[in-house]
Design a protein around this ligand. Structure first.
Ligand code: MN3
Length: 202
């Protein structure tokens, strides 16, 4: 079994009141665990594949054997996307961005408020399940959304931060009010982690 589900880097209740503990338990222990198990079961069908990381499978999706490509895209995507998601959140975080990412956001989007609005709109408009991302690519910073568990890595882009807009991410607390969840989420964003991702992507 090549991939394991890491423990959350903080307590399940640490993101209260913005994300409730029950959602965190189900999201990490059930959903993320299932993606991890299914990713491993998928890779077990092709033991000759020895990519070093989940990220590498997504970045090289076209060289993954066709019979497991969709499963890698879905379950590998679910495994990798949630690892990023937990890491860019934390207790006592939020506020305005700091460091290099703050400068890049200002340069690209005008100011933090305009950036938030654009990010929230992209998340609200993603039809059905998916993710909203800030990525770094050849043209610099970019906001985009993807359906299901599709990763920007499969399009040559480097994810810096992401919010999960699957209903399982917010429905217990926010029910159908995705826009409210998107707005509240900024209170838990860990800008130090986003800066680390930005430095690696450059
Ligand atoms: Mn999820």
């Amino acid at each position: 079994m090549p991939f394991t589900l890491a423990a959350l880097p903080y307590a399940y209740e640490a993101l209260e009141p913005y994300i409730d503990a029950q959602t965190m338990h189900l999201h990490h222990d059930k959903h993320h665990q299932a993606y991890t198990d299914n990713f491993n079961a998928t890779l077990a069908k092709h033991p000759e594949l020895q990519f070093k990381s989940g990220e590498e499978y997504l970045a090289k999706l076209n060289s993954v054997p066709e019979d497991i490509r969709t499963a890698v895209r879905n379950h590998g995507g679910g495994y990798v996307n949630h690892n990023l998601f937990w890491s860019v959140m934390g207790p006592n975080k939020g506020g305005a961005p700091t460091g290099a990412i703050a400068e890049a956001i200002q340069k690209t989007f005008g100011d933090f408020a305009q950036f938030q609005e654009k990010f929230n709109n992209a998340g609200a408009k993603q039809f059905g399940s998916g993710w909203v991302w800030l990525v770094n690519g050849p043209g610099g910073l970019q906001i985009l959304s993807t359906p299901n568990q599709d990763s920007p890595l499969s399009h040559g882009l480097h994810p810096l931060m992401a919010n999960d807009v699957w209903e399982h991410a917010y429905y217990l607390k926010y029910q159908n009010r995705r826009a409210e969840y998107l707005k509240a989420w900024w209170n838990v964003v860990n800008w130090d982690a986003v800066n680390v991702n930005f430095a690696k992507a450059k």
